[in-house]
Write a protein that binds this ligand. Structure first.
Ligand code: FUL
Length: 495
């Protein structure tokens, strides 16, 4: 009886179920993928030994002979750098295959390495399993070695290779389809330029079906998805405004208006979140002369804020060297970068603060828990969130600390299984008796899976976050405030 009256009271008070999703929404695999946040790329192959970025397709197989190849070293470095997986160039544009494929002689089986018994894909798959990392594979559509490139025969070859890779090495979390395509190459000795229609030549719909059948959890990367999209630059950042949507019928691998990919399409009809890829060195493959131009910790930290902190994932490449190892300079930088990020976002100062919302969706009393309360903002859980009632698309969260706090970082995250919603927000802090805006030096438009914001240190007892525009009721599952003791904007200001 008590329950009956509780339900009646709750309904009278406007109790509601969870907000309805707003399309497009991610699949559960896309959500799990986004939660990986950072993972590594490895570019390794014949190019490593010939000092090239784009092998022409004619390099002699004898050149490939790493003296100390150790995929476990790669895995250890990536693990220590906080990365959740590794994507390997199983085949780059030069057509050289790092696994013993039955479809071409231009593979590791005909190199001096382990007398032709080597299998780098297999070794990496085992190392990833050992260190709890996920495995991803890059299989370049463009192949400058194969004589049949440009004909229908090559498509069968390419599809067969993908089938091999997706059936012999266990679970794959991402398959990488590069957009660079066509042009000059060796092509079995023809030494000519071959042009293909990048929209139609590879029969991508059939490739996507093959991936879905063999590895349903795998996220398909290409310029236009369908699993995740290229961010439109190779510098590792997304725009501050970054929608996880694309007008899917407009974007295809090789899409010319690639700058649009930095911020997605606000009115897109498919969920295709951005992956921000870059190399820790200027090149993707190893070149000794670049030992002195490895990205600094500050550069990597900056990119983290502009990739993961701009609603993307961060895919950082390590050019494995001729020995077959990640160079010690690169590994030290990557590990220090991870340590600095942990230090900057170590303690969420909002956990002990009092948070008041201008509006909160009422839970149905029958559930007995405050499903949408502000307590969900700082509980560290992904699946609980604060939400506003239907029809309420603007709201304010006011945060009061028990005593004055120094802050220079904020984190806001939306509960993306219900869609990406926020279009515009701002943050203010109390300075004496006046509310002043915090200047983040970038636009405060979208949030998505995660938005990280940096600003000059403020000292305050109160903050307020004003959500000014949203595609529907707000669903925010995380809120953080931090004081980063050092870093680009970690210095004290006069506030
Ligand atoms: C590009 C390729 O052409 C580069 O060689 C590299 O693999 C990079 C990740 O993608 O499109």
């Amino acid at each position: 009886m008590a329950l009956f009256w509780a339900v009646v009271v709750a309904f009278c008070a406007g109790a509601q179920d969870a907000p309805a999703p707003i399309a497009p929404v991610p699949t559960s695999h896309q959500v799990a993928w986004q939660q990986l946040e950072t993972y590594a790329f490895i570019h390794f192959g014949l190019n490593t030994f010939t000092d090239r970025e784009w092998g022409y397709g004619d390099a002699p197989l004898e050149a490939f002979n790493p003296s100390r190849l150790d995929c476990e070293q790669w895995a250890r470095v990536c693990k220590q750098a906080g990365m959740k997986g590794i994507i390997l160039t199983a085949k780059h544009h030069d057509g050289f295959c790092l696994w013993p494929t039955k479809y071409t002689d231009y593979s590791i089986s005909n190199t001096p390495y382990k007398d032709g018994k080597g299998d780098v894909v297999g070794e990496l798959a085992a190392a990833c399993r050992k260190y709890g990392l996920k495995l991803g594979l890059y299989l370049s559509p463009w192949d400058r070695h194969q004589a049949c490139y440009g004909t229908p025969e090559y498509i069968e070859y390419y599809h067969a290779q993908l089938q091999e890779l997706l059936t012999q090495y266990g679970e794959v979390f991402e398959v990488w389809f590069d957009g660079a395509n066509g042009g000059d190459g060796w092509y079995g000795g023809a030494n000519e330029t071959r042009k293909i229609d990048r929209r139609t030549y590879y029969d991508f719909p059939r490739l996507w079906k093959l991936v879905a059948k063999l590895q349903p959890q795998a996220i398909i990367f290409s310029d236009g998805g369908p699993g995740c999209r290229w961010v439109g630059n190779e510098d590792g950042y997304a725009d501050a405004t970054n929608w996880s949507f694309l007008r899917i019928n407009e974007v295809y691998p090789g899409y010319e208006h690639y700058k649009e990919l930095q911020s997605g399409h606000e009115n897109g009809d498919a969920w295709v979140a951005a992956e921000c890829n870059t190399s820790i060195r200027p090149g993707w493959f190893y070149h000794e002369k670049e030992d002195s131009s490895v990205k600094s910790v500050d550069q990597l930290v900056d990119l983290y804020y502009r990739s993961v902190g701009h609603n993307g994932t961060f895919l950082l490449n390590f050019p494995v060297n001729k020995e077959g190892l990640i160079h010690p300079i690169d590994s030290a930088r990557a590990v220090d970068f991870c340590k600095q990020m942990q230090e900057e976002l170590r303690k969420n100062l909002l956990e002990k603060a009092i948070i008041k919302a201008s509006a909160t969706r009422q839970e149905t009393a029958a559930r007995g828990v405050a499903s949408f309360s502000v307590d969900n903002l700082t509980d560290g859980r992904f699946d609980t969130y604060w939400a506003t009632p239907d029809g309420v698309t603007t709201a304010t969260l006011e945060i009061t600390f028990h005593k004055k706090q120094r802050l220079n970082r904020l984190m806001i995250s939306e509960y993306i299984p219900l869609g990406q919603r926020v279009r515009k927000f701002r943050v203010e802090y109390l300075n004496g008796k006046r509310w002043l805006p915090i200047d983040f030096g970038e636009s405060t438009t979208t949030i998505g899976y995660k938005r990280l914001l940096r600003f000059a240190t403020i000292t305050t007892k109160r903050l307020r976050i004003c959500f000014d525009d949203s595609r529907g009721p707000l669903c925010i599952n995380g809120l953080g405030g931090y004081f980063a003791p050092y870093g680009k904007t970690g210095t004290e200001s006069n506030n």
